[in-house]
Design a protein around this ligand. Structure first.
Ligand SMILES: [Zn+2]
Length: 423
């Protein structure tokens, strides 16, 4: 039996274990700021696997000077990033590798739309349901069990492998940036985002914006003399819808997204105002996520959208005088158009063919991932490839378990080839 067959056999043998591990991962409600228990659980797993395990707290001061940093509005105290290193024994014979996955998940609200407990990891047929199981705890389980299978098969790799679990992929990317700041680099990498057995070739950039509109509140009996901040916000929201049309259909499309109908989503994600049906609200706040193309600078897009909104405000007698307050926080993310001959692609393609008969597809995504830091600022070729699932960020998120098993094998084949087997 050759090394690959041995490893595949290990993956099949430990499959029930991998499913149980994924269920456990899915039961942690690891939303923003609540990742610690998950990270401790993973650090223990890495120690069990005899990996050199590092748990560390990101240093915002040091991060803030690095390219790609996004300003958070919260603290990193007590929230570890976890890295487990499987060091090669002896001089390097292959290429070193980063396998990185995020364990932060978005809120499952509104809960009433779920048919399953979002933290229950319910299995039904070939699917496992729960928040974050698709995006992307299944990928995290797969990357860990691929490495574990190689260890259990008694194979020594020719170069180091780093298993990294991070957070804030969904809002800043600072978890990934913190691993790089701490010195964890390698010759290449893979992020098991759930794009299916499909390699990422391009992704948009993302910025987050907050708009505060001030009105003139009062009792509703003189509502005609007051200014309703919710109604004034409509003017700016309408302007944003026009901006969305403009950036998608008037401005030229980026080459990498030419087959995507609407690459740059502009999403009003939060709106907050008012506390009484009979009071005219004096303020309204809404937050927006805005996509941008790989060759655009997030700062330029911030300036552009701000100017767009202020111009719309200038058309309204009230907003012209009481200007909306426009600020930015969270995502300050560049888009990425990966090189066509990225070194990891040929290895991934070969590994893909050891499991699938079909060709490996490529994806230009209208979302962002952590690969941007590695490729843009650290010269580490990195792509995404992962399990198949659906309803990410929505109710009844699920992952296809067969796909998890298959991509575990693809990762294992990739690792053996990329890192090499020690002779
Ligand atoms: Zn994700």
């Amino acid at each position: 039996m050759d090394a690959l067959e041995k490893v595949f056999e290990q993956i099949d043998q430990s499959w029930d274990d991998e499913v149980k591990f994924l269920q456990q991962l899915g039961r942690f409600p690891s939303t923003l700021g609540n990742e610690t228990a998950t990270q401790r659980f993973l650090a223990n797993k890495f120690r069990e696997m005899s990996l050199e395990t590092d748990e560390f707290i990101p240093d915002v001061k040091k991060l803030s000077s690095l390219p790609g940093f996004s300003a958070p509005e919260w603290s990193y105290d007590g929230r570890p990033i976890v890295v487990g290193k499987l060091p090669t024994k002896g001089p390097k014979q292959g290429k070193s590798l980063i396998l990185q996955g995020h364990i932060d998940v978005v809120s499952p609200e509104p809960m009433r739309l779920w048919d399953y407990d979002p933290w229950g990891s319910t299995i039904e047929g070939d699917r496992m349901y729960g928040r974050g199981l698709c995006d992307m705890k299944s990928g995290v389980a797969a990357m860990i069990y691929a490495v574990k299978a190689i260890q259990d098969a008694g194979i020594e790799l020719g170069a180091d492998v780093l298993l990294e679990t991070v957070y804030e992929e969904e809002c800043t990317g600072n978890g990934a940036l913190a691993t790089l700041q701490r010195g964890y680099v390698a010759d290449g990498g893979l992020i098991p985002e759930p794009f299916g057995p499909t390699a990422l070739k391009a992704q948009v950039g993302v910025i987050w914006m907050r708009v505060r509109v001030t009105g003139a509140g009062s009792h509703v009996n003189i509502a005609n003399q007051s200014v309703n901040a919710i109604e004034k916000s409509y003017i700016l929201i309408d302007a944003l819808k026009k901006y969305r049309e403009y950036i998608n259909y008037t401005k030229p499309k980026h080459e990498a997204f030419k087959d995507v109908d609407h690459p740059l989503n502009v999403n009003i994600g939060i709106i907050k105002s008012g506390d009484w049906a009979s009071t005219v609200p004096a303020d309204c706040m809404f937050e927006v996520r805005i996509g941008l193309y790989p060759d655009q600078d997030p700062q330029e897009i911030k300036d552009e959208v701000k100017a767009w909104l202020l111009e719309a405000a200038a058309q309204d007698p009230w907003l012209k005088e009481v200007q909306p307050e426009i600020t930015f926080y969270g995502f300050h993310a560049h888009g990425v158009n990966l090189e066509e001959n990225l070194e990891v692609y040929s290895y991934l393609d070969a590994a893909h063919h050891k499991v699938y008969d079909s060709e490996m597809k490529y994806l230009a995504t209208t979302a962002t991932t952590d690969v941007r830091f590695y490729n843009l600022f650290y010269n580490i070729p990195m792509t995404c490839y992962g399990p198949t699932g659906g309803d990410m960020h929505g109710a009844n998120e699920w992952v296809d378990l067969t796909s998890v098993r298959e991509v575990t094998k693809v990762y294992a084949a990739f690792i053996l080839d990329w890192c090499g087997i020690r002779k």
